[in-house]
Design a protein around this ligand. Structure first.
Ligand SMILES: [Zn+2]
Ligand SMILES: [Zn+2]
Length: 433
């Protein structure tokens, strides 16, 4: 063996120049391969393919009521990846029926890194993270604290709608406050709610109302006017001081499945002094708020967005695809059923465009109860859209989550921002072909 290495040493010495050349070539090759795969992750497999609708194609929507929707309801489900194809989700299957009027993909592409803020920002503002500027460092915390991208250059599809239509408001109810605080621009026509854990503890404690003073950004909840009537609004601390904000119990009464959950949580609180699954009830309240507001005011909101967060929490607690995770997906499906039933009873199914979207999956195998990398499990995402102008069937063309802004804008007859990188995927709408 010693001889062997000695021989190699002699050989290298004899061919010094050649050895250096081979090593240098190998080094350059490795660098090129690494750079190409990084570029591929960041850019090439995230390039959108699809339509930029022309003015004539938008006019076909604006000029014909048969192609218009009274509202779009967007259900954001954090961290569900492709699990609507795997978990028990009868209501999702009914709402997004590819035999009827829905286009669905489970192999959409999340942008990299597969972190919530990076992806929700890309979905709302139509550009990849290096453009919207929220990448890698404390991004979730930054949007939670109210930091925004350059919304003049990269407006959200919500701002884009508001700037082109003088009527129609926006409702945004979020279990994860990041979207409301930093991703959707503030506007007098946008009503925002964040659903907080404190509300759950108030219910568990049997309180019917309590003052909220905890959040620096907003006090949210049911607010009473001078006559004692409940009005729904976002209340800024600066405007109202610390008073007049109350959360009332009745909103929870009618949520399917909330009673057993309440019992379960109450038992957890009695046993352990706390319950960390309040996220399930917060999602139920988020959904209930969207249903109540939109059914009560069917002509008010053109865009209603909700952000449900329990699936992502389950991914971090139990792991992707574990029973606790799959159950969370089915619980969200139960909430979808409540929305569907309420809209069916109110005769609102026909004139509503439903969208379900997510930001990323989670990472397996092993104990990685997290996400952020570029594995298929984290990158593959669900995108589902159902309505009278949607081309039915499994979506076979590319969908990247930067496309969402372009998709929703087109469906509403809104011209896309020229700075958006997202496109309307081929084969998603009947009028585009
Ligand atoms: Zn997320
Ligand atoms: Zn997460």
């Amino acid at each position: 063996m010693k001889n062997f290495f000695a021989k190699i040493g002699v050989a290298i010495k004899a061919n010094k120049g050649r050895t250096i050349a081979i090593s240098a070539t190998a080094f350059v090759l490795v660098c090129v391969i690494v750079s190409l795969s990084v570029l591929n992750a960041l850019l090439f497999n995230r390039l959108s393919k699809g339509y930029v609708p022309t003015d004539e194609q938008l006019a076909a929507i604006k000029d014909d009521p048969a192609n218009q929707y009274k509202r779009v309801v967007i259900i954001g489900v954090d961290g569900v990846g492709d699990y609507f194809s795997k978990a028990y989700t009868p209501n999702f299957d009914k709402m997004f029926d590819t035999e009827k009027n829905a286009s669905v993909t489970y192999t959409g592409t999340a942008v990299y890194p597969t972190i919530s803020c990076e992806n929700w920002m890309a979905m709302f503002h139509g550009v990849r993270p290096v453009y919207h500027g929220f990448i890698f460092k404390d991004t979730n915390q930054r949007v939670e604290a109210g930091k925004q991208t350059d919304t003049e250059k990269y407006p959200s599809f919500i701002k884009q709608y508001l700037s082109q239509y003088e009527t129609g408001d926006v409702l945004a109810v979020c279990t994860w406050r990041g979207v409301n605080n930093g991703i959707i621009e503030d506007d007098p026509r946008v009503t925002k709610y964040n659903t907080y854990a404190e509300e759950i503890y108030a219910i568990l404690n049997g309180e019917t109302e309590y003052a909220r003073t905890t959040d620096k950004q907003y006090q949210t909840g049911y607010v009473k006017d001078e006559d004692g009537n409940l009005i729904l609004d976002v209340v800024e601390n600066s405007k109202y001081g610390e008073v007049n904000a109350y959360v009332e119990a009745p909103i929870y009464d009618d949520v399917a499945g909330i009673s057993p959950l309440k019992d379960y949580l109450a038992a957890q609180v009695m046993l352990y002094g706390y319950a960390d699954e309040t996220i399930e009830m917060r999602d139920a309240i988020t959904m209930q708020r969207v249903i109540e507001e939109t059914v009560k005011n069917p002509d008010k909101y053109k865009i209603a967005y909700m952000h449900l967060d329990q699936v992502d929490h389950a991914g971090h607690s139990f792991g992707y695809g574990k029973p606790g995770y799959v159950n969370a997906v089915s619980r969200v499906d139960m909430l979808l059923g409540r929305l569907y039933d309420a809209y069916e009873a109110a005769g609102m199914l026909e004139d509503t465009l439903f969208v379900l979207c997510t930001d990323h999956g989670h990472r397996l195998p092993g104990g990685h109860k997290n996400h952020g990398k570029n594995t298929d499990l984290e990158v593959n995402i669900t995108f589902a859209i159902a309505g009278k102008t949607v081309k039915k069937g499994k979506l076979t063309s590319r969908y990247v989550d930067t496309d969402m802004a372009a998709v929703i804008s087109y469906a509403l007859g809104v011209k896309a921002s020229e700075n958006w990188q997202g496109r309307v995927p081929y084969g998603m709408f009947t009028l585009l072909g």
